[in-house]
Design a protein around this ligand. Structure first.
Ligand code: TEU
Ligand code: CA
Length: 551
């Protein structure tokens, strides 16, 4: 079935780091409003906005203390309404981040819940008595280091927190909790938003046996240990029936712990649950068994294999979503491209990949100008609670040296994606007139929006051209994919094809020239990342080409 959200391109905004309008060093809603024309010029269709709700910011807004209020640092509800209206007028849809696996410990529900074992809000969260030795109820670990249980002295019981100690997990078994969630979703949908990105949604249903996990069997994506719980599909179908199905919207689950063989249980067109999921199979590829601070090398066949596997398993029933970065991972060009000699070329190759695979693409803010990882020097330059908790566990209480940790963080920390957008070629990046909440990348002189807008051959204009190309040919959305078996790594090629057109995409994932085993000269080159004509039968370093043949 055709849908507007299949034909769209999404752009993720991490509001703290997008644009500051009032000089307090924190990006805000008025900053976003100021940049709507920029988004329009880029040519995206939908904005996914990371959380802007009331929050003590233990995890930068992914810890919500009031779902009906805007964090004053970001603005007011009037600012929000103005932003939504202006986006809609500019033809841009808006998705909010729905974080309902957990709340902040400052949420009124938790404040009540912790008071006593018979408080009416007690069952809003997951409380368990201590184990016989007084320790936590089981060996469950938090995604952010240490036990997933915290003892609350007031009642002498433990509460579950799969993320930080200040993010208690909601108890979805309680129908009143679910009703509360549906109510807040309706509140935002009735304002006219166009859907939700749902934070860690596969984790909402817990295994109520609370049995210990065998951690030796669980790899770097330990979402699999908690995801896909016994009632998750029942809950999502209920949410769909009560809320989602009543609006013309899109719902994207953050598919933590969802492997491709389970994907259609969430997004299959016959399921009435979600529109699509953001899976992690390519994002955890450079994490070793201990997680992101244990980097691992991977091969191109593994990376591209993920795209192939997902497309195959989703088949005709499910819909894919394609992304190469978000606020939780280092910059795409630094991870998957070559950020030095071939910075510009490899950023464009990655853009080509993003825009030509089957599924709805999401651009992470700053990738459209090729932003790279930031040159963090000391632990103090980081801001992320995930980094500090890991430091505590691995260095302070563990066996890793501080140097080893900092080395891993320099390539793998989440904060690389969270340094401010470089708008101008100046030391503050044109982000804020005050002191930015996190350091600015040193690359401002060579990587910035102003220069990208000015230069015809920039990464920005390359993204723009790819999106125009997507709009022109429905084949990019609905056409099938066929991989070219004749090409060997580091080359990768595939066809996209429907009744009207056929495209050939060729990618060279290396810094060396590569001879081509095929002859594309019958087709017309429509988008390539080299301005000068290249030899047809040799791909230059990090070269990408898109050929067209009208059928
Ligand atoms: O992330 C879920 C999540 O578990 C990961 O992608 C992650 O960031 C983790 O570090 C894996 O190593 C979501 C949000 O996107 C993230 O920003 C939040 O911190 C998290 O949920 C908790 O709400
Ligand atoms: Ca501000």
């Amino acid at each position: 079935m055709k849908s507007w959200w299949k034909e769209s391109v999404i752009y993720q905004i991490y509001p703290r780091s997008f644009k500051d309008s009032n000089g307090d060093g924190i990006g805000d809603i008025q900053g976003i409003i100021e940049k709507i024309p920029y988004l329009q010029e880029l040519g995206i269709d939908i904005v996914w906005l990371s959380p802007i709700y009331q929050s003590p910011n233990d995890d930068n807004g992914y810890d919500i203390s009031d779902y009906y209020a805007i964090l004053p640092e970001f603005g007011t509800m009037e600012d929000f309404d103005e932003m939504l209206e202006k986006m809609h007028r500019a033809g841009i849809k808006l998705l909010m981040d729905l974080v309902v696996n957990h709340t902040s410990d400052e949420h009124a529900w938790f404040q009540e819940s912790r008071k006593s074992t018979h408080n009416p809000y007690r069952d809003y969260y997951i409380w368990r008595p201590p184990a016989p030795d007084g320790g936590p109820p089981n060996n469950w670990k938090s995604f952010f280091s240490g036990s997933a249980w915290k003892l609350d002295p007031q009642t002498g019981e433990y509460f579950l927190h799969l993320y930080t100690q200040r993010q208690p997990d909601l108890n979805w078994e309680n129908p009143i909790v679910r009703e509360e969630v549906y109510k807040l979703m309706r509140f935002w949908l009735d304002k006219g938003i166009d859907g939700f990105r749902m934070d860690v949604i596969p984790l909402i249903s817990k295994d109520l046996s609370f049995a210990d996990k065998d951690w030796s069997l669980i790899g770097p994506d330990f979402g699999v240990a908690y995801a896909n719980g016994p009632r998750v599909h029942e809950f999502l179908r209920e949410m769909n029936q009560e809320v989602l199905s009543r609006y013309d919207i899109v719902s994207i689950g953050e598919g933590i712990g969802v492997r491709s063989d389970l994907a259609n249980n969430y997004v299959g067109s016959d399921r009435n649950e979600l529109s699509m999921v953001f899976h992690f199979d390519h994002m955890f590829m450079d994490h070793g068994n201990g997680g992101r601070y244990f980097p691992r090398k991977f091969e191109l066949y593994e990376f591209m294999g993920v795209f192939e596997q997902w497309e195959k398993d989703l088949g005709e029933k499910g819909w894919g979503s394609i992304y190469l970065g978000n606020h939780d991972f280092p910059r795409a060009v630094s991870r998957f491209g070559e950020e030095n000699t071939y910075h510009d070329t490899s950023a464009k190759l990655l853009a080509t990949l993003l825009m030509t695979r089957k599924g709805t693409p999401t651009i992470y803010q700053g990738d459209e100008i090729g932003m790279k990882n930031t040159d963090f020097q000391t632990l103090e330059e980081y801001r992320d609670v995930e980094t500090f908790n890991a430091y505590q566990e691995l260095v302070v209480e563990g066996t890793m040296s501080k140097e080893e940790f900092l080395k891993a963080a320099r390539t793998h920390a989440r904060d690389h994606a969270r340094t401010p957008i470089l708008w101008e070629a100046q030391p503050d990046g044109g982000f804020s007139e005050g002191n930015s909440w996190i350091r600015i990348s040193d690359e401002y002189a060579s990587i910035n929006v102003a220069q990208n807008l000015q230069q015809e051959s920039s990464i920005f204009h390359f993204y723009q051209a790819l999106m125009k190309m997507r709009k022109k040919y429905p084949c990019w959305v609905y056409g099938k994919t066929e991989v070219l078996d004749q090409l060997q790594a580091p080359l990768y090629g595939y066809y996209r094809e429907d009744e009207k057109s056929k495209f050939l995409i060729l990618l060279n994932f290396s810094s060396q020239e590569q001879p081509l085993a095929i002859d594309p000269s019958e087709m017309t080159l429509i988008v390539g990342n080299y301005t000068e004509q290249q030899k047809p039968n040799i791909l230059a370093p990090w070269e990408s080409r898109v050929y067209l043949e009208i059928v």
